[in-house]
Design a protein around this ligand. Structure first.
Ligand SMILES: [Zn+2]
Length: 350
């Protein structure tokens, strides 16, 4: 048991419990305080232990709403095994509508955390050292936040651990969303510093998703995430109430592993999307325009696709600076098996 944080109830005990993860804090308003993060656990005998996380990034509300909903209604008789839910990891960021914590921390870049670090680092340490090792599966729900809007998808990274990759592919498909997305590593980023990367580093399965964005939640995105999460929980045998709610038995795959998938802003200005989600483009097509708002009579700059494929992400709000991602284009496959055949042929060529 780490010294960084404690759960206000015995997390191994049977039944339904709502309480807090408490982390020692010292603030202007209280010298001896606890950062108190709501957590719910519902346990019913032996079985899979699932950890569900929302609000890794503060302005991604779809996962927070789905997790809050589930935490409110989940009863002991609904569960075989245990479901632990932390609906809003980045509390202050969620309250202020920002991706990052008020001190500038990106919670999804501080893993495996620090025992004597900031509150964010201590929380990451607690998750990494106390919770992840005791769980069979972790769910980490994201969206595009304020700056991006994604086609709602369950996702996975195309990791090198082959047996774990197979498990995670099965999990991704079990959400039964119409589209699933497979990504690679983000440039210049240590993958192990991300929450999902830390789970994978420990040899555990993590299921993620990008369920919309723009800093708000729609009926469409919430339908995908709510129904999808139930499908997923039933698929791993931990949720035993009701029938499987099918969104799609044959989800399409968006392959975004190629770094050329990213389109970035070449200049500062006001960005205009000239394509919509689900549109198909070829390399060289215009996907957006940047309006210079600081120079009288300034030119409009056209932004072009660097590859062909489906528009999986558009800009969520218009102000941009050089290097901001404004669009994301993936290769589209009709099903996972066509994608897998393509991925296998890449391995043969190497
Ligand atoms: Zn996120």
């Amino acid at each position: 048991m780490s010294l960084t944080a404690v759960c206000s109830f015995d997390i191994d005990s049977e039944g339904r419990h709502c309480g807090y993860i408490r982390i020692g804090d010292s603030t202007n308003s209280s010298g001896w305080a606890y950062h108190s993060l709501p957590i719910t656990s519902v346990k019913n005998g032996a079985g899979v232990r699932l950890l569900i996380l929302g609000g890794n990034h503060g302005d991604e509300y779809e996962g927070q709403i789905a997790a809050l909903d589930l935490a409110r209604r989940l009863q002991v008789e609904d569960v075989r095994g245990q479901i632990i839910i932390i609906p809003v990891l980045s509390l202050a960021a969620s309250a202020s509508g920002t991706r990052l914590w008020p001190d500038g921390t990106n919670f999804n870049r501080v893993f495996p955390g620090k025992v004597d670090g900031t509150i964010a680092e201590k929380l990451a340490f607690y998750l990494s050292h106390d919770l992840f090792p005791t769980c069979d599966v972790v769910v980490d729900m994201h969206s595009g936040g304020r700056s991006m809007y994604f086609i709602p998808t369950s996702n996975m990274g195309w990791i090198k651990n082959l047996p774990l990759r197979d498990v995670m592919a099965r999990h991704m498909l079990s959400w039964k969303s119409q589209y699933h997305m497979i990504g690679g590593d983000q440039p210049s980023t240590n993958p192990d510093s991300l929450l999902p990367g830390d789970v994978v580093r420990q040899g555990k399965a993590v299921s993620t998703g990008e369920f919309g964005g723009s800093g708000w939640a729609t009926a469409e995105s919430l339908e995908v995430i709510r129904v999808g999460l139930e499908n997923f929980m039933r698929g791993i045998g931990v949720y035993i109430v009701g029938k499987e709610s099918v969104l799609s038995d044959f989800g399409k795959i968006i392959d975004s592993r190629d770094p050329l998938s990213f389109v970035t802003a070449p200049a500062e200005g006001i960005y205009e999307n000239t394509v919509d989600l689900y549109d198909h483009v070829t390399a060289g097509d215009i996907v957006g325009r940047i309006h210079n708002f600081k120079q009288a009579g300034g030119e409009v700059i056209e932004v072009r696709a660097r590859r062909s494929g489906i528009i999986a992400v558009i800009r969520g709000y218009p102000p941009v600076t050089i290097g901001d991602v404004v669009c994301y284009i993936g290769a589209l496959y009709n099903d996972f098996y066509s994608f897998q055949a393509q991925a296998a042929s890449e391995v043969v060529k190497q």
